[in-house]
Design a protein. Structure first.
Length: 178
């Protein structure tokens, strides 16, 4: 009986040591209503604009909270493989509730166990999309270096929730004097 308890304790220690740090970095945000096509188009356009501004040929994929494709766009002459990679980065980010850079950093840090997570793409460029603190989907960008993809994805994510300022209220006129 003591051997079994000892083995269970050792197994628990080993599992806790192998648990990916990325799992502990999960965003606490709840899922919200999924992103719509028009919002997805706006987000992807921002990523594409950032790529063009910097001379990077990139592809941008926007997925909903389930990781299903809502909108996709790519700059002409972007490498064909980036079409799939952008979608996988977005799916990873939506399904695991964290930027894909967390996974990349874990692998670079020697946490190769990340590579065995089903559906995880450990390459920077995927970012959850937040509105009112809730995840509504994710953007994935691919085609440049992973760091450049991350810059484009962040530019896209930053477009959400930035509504134009409300017009100033008109001052109430004093009633006419009699």
């Amino acid at each position: 009986m003591k051997t079994r308890t000892w083995m269970t304790m050792v197994l628990a220690i080993v599992v806790s040591m192998l648990a990916p740090r990325a799992a502990r970095a999960q965003m606490p945000n709840a899922y919200g209503p999924p992103i719509g096509v028009e919002a997805a188009r706006k987000v992807a356009a921002a990523a594409i604009a950032e790529g063009k501004k910097n001379g990077w040929t990139v592809a941008a994929a926007v997925v909903d909270t389930n990781g299903d494709l809502v909108f996709f766009e790519r700059i002409d002459h972007t490498q064909v493989g980036s079409t799939i990679v952008a979608q996988e980065k977005a799916r990873t980010s939506a399904r695991f509730k964290r930027p894909t850079k967390v996974f990349e950093d874990a692998v670079v840090g020697g946490r190769n166990v990340i590579l065995s997570l089903p559906g995880a793409t450990p390459i920077e460029g995927g970012i959850p999309l937040l509105v009112d603190g809730k995840i509504i989907g994710a953007i994935g960008v691919s085609g440049a270096t992973s760091q450049q993809d991350g810059v484009c994805a962040q530019a896209a994510a930053d477009t959400l929730g930035k509504a134009p300022p409300a017009p100033a209220a008109k001052p109430v006129a004093a009633p006419p004097k009699k």
